[in-house]
Design a protein around this ligand. Structure first.
Ligand SMILES: C[S@@+](CC[C@H](N)C(=O)[O-])C[C@H]1O[C@@H](n2cnc3c(N)ncnc32)[C@H](O)[C@@H]1O
Length: 263
């Protein structure tokens, strides 16, 4: 089930976050302008590709952890272009009844998600700006799929960096958090300003000409995005250090992640 009504007419003159991200993950929904920015960013910091792969791997482990803790409803904000190991695929393997509402503001992400979710009664895609929390929470594709009287995991993975402090992402997340019952979770990953050895400032600078630019946050600032949600062990750490699989490669610096339980 998906929205399906939107036209797919991508602007191929300006790099888009979801398409650059898709390029780094080895996907095929990207254009020259995206690859050019993606390569420029890799030249500034070659760890960017392992970093985004670590981020996707965090998503898989976090969704698995949530399913194992009886959370079977997910609201994935800034879900991106579907790639291997999407939330609904990871969740359905453990809990076939799991429901997943994806939200993204980019046409390419919405179009590809709509196609992927065709005929799936347990997953939807909503075309919306996540800052428009009232629209998102009231959308039939969200309110009609998820039961807000039961725990829901709200995921904002590698997306809040597109908002500067003036946009107040902590306040946006707080609006979603207020819609959740106790025992729900917030999952956040975010690029970090205080990791030595990674030119995160150069990376943020390089994105200035893209459709949206990335903003760095310190670990402390990322922590504040969780509000009153209580971080489960091991807390807010490099994404590769969050409950890693035995024998996993060393965590790449530059991106933090955690899961917080709504009290
Ligand atoms: C780097 S990708 C992350 C994708 C996925 N969450 C992950 O971690 O693998 C960021 C996604 O956030 C989306 N995005 C950026 N700003 C957004 C906004 N204001 N509302 C909804 N989605 C947004 C982009 O379109 C893009 O698909």
């Amino acid at each position: 089930m998906g929205e399906g009504s939107m036209q797919f007419d991508p602007d191929v003159t300006v790099a888009s976050p979801s398409r650059v991200y898709d390029y780094w993950l080895g996907g095929s929904f990207n254009f020259a302008v995206d690859r050019e920015l993606g390569d420029r960013m890799i030249a500034i910091d070659p760890t960017i590709v392992p970093m985004v792969r670590d981020n996707r791997s965090f998503l898989r482990r976090a969704v698995t952890w949530l399913c194992e803790h009886d959370v079977t409803q997910f609201l994935d904000l800034g879900s991106g272009i579907p790639t291997v190991g999407n939330v609904h695929e990871v969740a359905a393997r453990l809990r076939p009844e799991a429901k997943v509402a994806y939200v993204d503001c980019e046409p390419v992400a919405v179009t590809m998600s709509t196609r992927l979710l065709e005929g799936n009664p347990n997953a939807t895609i909503t075309h919306a700006d996540l800052r428009d929390w009232q629209t998102v929470l009231a959308a039939p594709t969200v309110a009609g799929l998820l039961d807000f009287n039961r725990p829901i995991a709200v995921l904002a993975l590698s997306v809040l960096q597109y908002f500067d402090e003036a946009a107040n992402p902590a306040e946006t997340i707080a609006h979603y958090r207020r819609a959740l019952v106790p025992g729900s979770y917030l999952g956040i990953t975010h690029i970090s300003a205080d990791e030595a050895g990674v030119d995160m400032v150069g990376l943020a600078e390089a994105t200035r000409k893209a459709a949206v630019s990335a903003h760095l946050r310190t670990r402390e600032q990322v922590m504040r995005l969780f509000g009153d949600a209580q971080l489960v062990p091991p807390g807010l750490v490099r994404v590769g250090e969050w409950n890693p699989q035995p024998g996993a490669p060393a965590a790449v610096p530059g991106i933090f992640g955690g899961l917080g339980r709504v009290p």
